[in-house]
Design a protein around this ligand. Structure first.
Ligand code: NDP
Length: 287
């Protein structure tokens, strides 16, 4: 294995957190206040608990104030919407995140749409999605933005390259395709109905796998010298975290590749902090 070709998400996320800690200190000096993030956790799904704990710890690292609001999984939609409205009005809260998934009685689209777009640090609100699609400044969804930062910060050139994105979800595949297109890549989007997937992926200079199927991208899907970004988070039969890319088979022919764990995941977390600081800066600037 050639670790020099790995794009190390942990190292890059640390670099970004260092930059954000400095910015938080400057904001605190200028305004006497710190950015504030509210995280709403409904129920006690173990994976969500772990994610939320990680987010709270990340905030502490860079000096963001975080507030964890726990609600029982029996909560009614109206009550959750009222909580969001309360946070929308709270001047000490600059970012609001509702941890997904939500229990069946709650429509996640309604909840996300209730968050003030300028506090929508997940970047999932339809207004932010629309701003991204039309090329306007917005709070970007964290995983796609993290991928873009990984490419830029590791010196991968994007303009003019052929990027192939496998997966077209609203939180990863679609927005990362838009961001890559904004950076002047030529983008192909693949999905579950794509015929002859390998034919498309083999043409990629930059291949992004965002499906959620263990090791589905094999050596035959990858062109020699491609940059491979693995978003997938899957469990192996032994219970280990692993990506959509068969890392051992693909790593020898890729020019750059992201590991799982330690690739896109830490970048996603860093970009949530980035959005919170950005939202706070906008709030303070508006006065
Ligand atoms: P979704 O399930 O919402 O979307 C999966 C996409 O993959 C869909 O567009 C689907 O196509 C497509 N797909 C399914 N099967 C195939 C196939 N055989 N060939 C080609 N495309 C296929 O998942 P998410 O986008 O939310 O997440 C994708 C993965 O990324 C998951 O493993 C998730 O855990 C991980 N993830 C990781 C993050 C991180 O920080 N590292 C953050 C977010 C997600 P169709 O639209 O036709 O159904």
């Amino acid at each position: 294995m050639e670790q020099g070709k790995w794009i190390d998400g942990k190292v890059l996320a640390k670099e970004i957190k260092g930059e954000l800690a400095k910015e938080v200190a400057v904001l605190a000096e200028e305004t006497g206040e710190r950015p504030g993030l509210a995280v709403i956790l409904v129920g006690n799904d173990p994976a969500s608990e772990t994610y939320v704990r990680g987010k709270v710890r990340d905030c502490e690292e860079v000096g963001i104030r975080s507030q964890l609001i726990r609600k029982p999984d029996t909560i009614e939609e109206d009550e959750l919407l009222s909580e969001v409205q309360r946070l929308n009005e709270d001047p000490a809260i600059h970012g609001i995140l509702v941890q997904l998934p939500l229990p069946d009685q709650i429509n996640p689209d309604r909840v996300i749409s209730e968050i003030r777009p300028d506090k929508d640090v997940d970047g999932f609100h339809p207004l932010n999605a629309g701003r991204l699609a039309t090329g306007l400044d917005s709070l970007l969804p964290c995983t796609p933005h993290g991928i873009l930062q990984m490419l830029k910060r590791s010196g991968v050139s994007i303009a003019g390259k052929h990027a192939v994105v496998v997966g077209r979800s609203n939180i990863v595949g679609k927005p990362v395709s838009l961001l890559l297109q904004r950076e002047n890549a030529t983008v192909t989007m693949c999905h579950s109905r794509t015929e002859d997937l390998a034919h498309h992926t083999r043409q990629a200079d930059i291949l992004v796998a965002a499906v959620g199927r263990l090791h589905m991208i094999t050596r035959q899907h990858v062109r020699e010298g491609a940059v491979v970004i693995d978003v997938g988070m899957n469990r192996t039969p032994e219970g280990k975290l692993a990506g959509d890319v068969d890392f051992d088979a693909v790593e020898p022919i890729a020019s750059r590749i992201t590991p799982v764990p330690g690739g896109v995941g830490p970048m996603t977390r860093a970009m949530l902090l980035y959005n919170t600081v950005k939202a706070a800066r906008t709030f303070f600037t508006k006065g």
